[in-house]
Design a protein around this ligand. Sequence first.
Ligand SMILES: [Fe+2]
Length: 251
Amino acid sequence: MMMAATTASANSLSSAFLPRLGFHGSSHQSLQLRTQKFARKAGSGTITAKFELQPPPYPMDALEPHMSSRTFEFHWGKHHRAYVDNLNKQIDGTELDGKTLEDIILVTYNKGAPLPAFNNAAQAWNHQFFWESMKPNGGGEPSGELLELINRDFGSYDAFVKEFKAAAATQFGSGWAWLAYKPEEKKLALVKTPNAENPLVLGYTPLLTIDVWEHAYYLDFQNRRPDYISIFMEKLASWEAVSSRLKAATA
Ligand SMILES: [Fe+2]
């Protein structure tokens, strides 16, 4: 089996847009590289590329007791895996085969009239970004430039937390809440998105996300979504990851 890193290819979107995605210059391995594809030779001799499910950046029980390993086994092992597997089936042999995951998201979003592969592509990306938005012993207050921008754009850290929690709690049904960076306005913003949508399709750079689909919290919190959101902010959010993403977005 031949390994091939996923990079912007000749048939990808304009490279002028890609830096806006904000995964360059990060101290972490970039999400774009983490969503590697592996290539295989089919019987006909043609080569097809597949996205590979990447493991979370910490052991499945590392976020206990705030996010249980049982939740992880289902959320990563079943739900995230299914999005990746289904995406691979959907793009096999199509013109999307060979594009980066970010390009597939942007192309299949289709200006708000999503094509069939959009949901699986965006959910595959969103979940990897979500795992990397958390860390063991996370939470607490950020510092440095991130805190300065939060204070500037939300008034205070407490006001930001209040708004983030409200956005996550009031996303009706399945979806996501995000802290994002608006490159044109050079400002932070809160965004809530339904189902698989994410800030990339709006032209924003995602910095932090929480998955508010029921499958993200039901085993640990049943229907108490606000409790799950509070624990995420107080014990799980990785401000280190958010600062790194912000640094890349503003470089
Ligand atoms: Fe999820």
